[in-house]
Write a protein that binds this ligand. Structure first.
Ligand code: F6R
Length: 359
């Protein structure tokens, strides 16, 4: 049950630090090495390219996985929407391996891709929260998210668990390939930092509630911007806000604002800027200033080593590749309080089902 929580979503947001620790317990041995089934590691090693297939929030978790696999394991990685890929399959590499990301393991859009790639003889790994699900049973390999049941329609802890498992698999593969970047990436430490960073935001609920009121109480639209991994988390933060509060929210690559979207900025238009990528932090800040110059209202969510006076939220130390594990908690809570304050049923938004078993 949801105990003293008004909605499951808030409980599930709060559970994320525990899930980070659980992933470390389940996937790491006493020496901190990632333990994967040997045949799964072999299949991954033989692939010349990974294709991550998913929908919705899981697709957004897949996007965060791409730089993890490419930088830690040195393997080219594509992230695709099942509903697009299955019917308009691009030219594939010679030895592809498919990774299906799905909280429920029942998403029909992803399953039709698995049916097709299996018929073509390509290996598949499903990463899911439900070990007995269709996608888990039908793939060659399955790994679990260990997030515990996710009841709220809006996915929260499954997203962060998916990123955690992607980091673990990327670390294992990079280590098998003797990649220096994988050696330097202390995944146990990073999962612990993620848990701490998430908890620090969870402990600031009142502040997040105030920020949600200030930014979104009456607005009809909102924008989330960032670059690189901060762009990927922008997409997910926007999806959270739109699906439970019905605010028209869009995530944008910050640099694209000036190529059109900035025309939408009016007095008090809310814009959330994620600033955790050291390479582009100053560029994203400049985009925020362009928004402010047009009357828009900017909420800055910054990494502590990139933070400036006046930033509304500063997150704890974490590798920039994994910053969405922490920054999304702010996005989730902003969406939660906006929906709550507007009097909606946070757990059961209109027109949505928890698992989408039709194409
Ligand atoms: C958003 C949400 C959906 C799901 C999507 C995929 O909060 O819950 O976008 O992420 O329907 O579902 P799974 O992960 O079960 O395949």
């Amino acid at each position: 049950g949801k105990g003293t929580y008004p909605f499951y979503m808030l409980k599930e947001v709060d559970e994320q630090p525990v899930v980070m620790h659980r992933l470390a317990e389940k996937y790491l041995d006493a020496k901190g090495n990632v333990v994967l089934p040997a045949d799964l590691l072999d299949a991954l090693k033989q692939a010349d390219r990974l294709y991550i297939v998913a929908a919705g929030t899981s697709y957004h978790a897949g996007l965060v996985g791409k730089p993890l696999f490419e930088q830690l394991a040195g393997i080219p990685t594509e992230v695709v929407l099942g509903s697009e890929f299955g019917y308009h399959m691009p030219m594939l590499s010679k030895k592809p391996m498919f990774i299906f990301l799905s909280q429920s393991g029942e998403t029909a859009d992803s399953r039709q891709v698995l049916v097709k790639t299996k018929a073509l003889g390509y290996p598949a790994l499903t990463i899911t929260n439900v070990g007995t699900s269709t996608l888990a049973r039908e793939a060659d390999f399955a790994l679990e998210l260990y997030a515990g049941p996710e009841i709220a329609v809006a996915s929260t802890k499954a997203y962060t668990a998916q990123i955690g498992v992607e980091a673990l698999v990327a670390k294992a593969l990079g280590t098998a390939f003797n990649q220096p970047a994988a050696k330097q990436f202390d995944v146990a430490h990073q999962l612990a930092l993620a848990a701490d960073g998430q908890q620090a935001l969870i402990d600031q609920k009142e502040h997040l509630h105030d920020l949600a009121k200030d930014m979104f109480a009456t607005t009809r639209n909102a924008f989330f911007i960032g670059r690189g991994t901060d762009y990927f988390v922008s997409l997910e933060a926007a999806l959270k806000l739109k699906e439970i509060s019905y605010v028209q929210a869009e995530g944008f690559a910050a640099g694209e604002l000036k190529h059109g979207t900035i025309a939408l900025i009016e007095d008090n238009t809310p814009v959330v800027a994620f600033i955790t990528d050291p390479v582009t932090a100053e560029h994203t800040r400049a985009n925020g200033q362009e928004v402010q110059a047009r009357g828009g209202k900017v909420l800055h969510i910054a990494a502590h080593d990139l933070a400036k006076d006046g930033d509304e939220l500063v997150i704890g130390d974490i590798d920039p590749l994994l910053s969405p594990l922490v920054t999304i908690v702010a996005g989730q809570l902003l969406a939660y309080y906006t929906s709550y304050d507007r009097g909606y049923d946070v757990d059961k938004p209109r027109n949505l089902a928890k698992s989408v078993t039709v194409e």
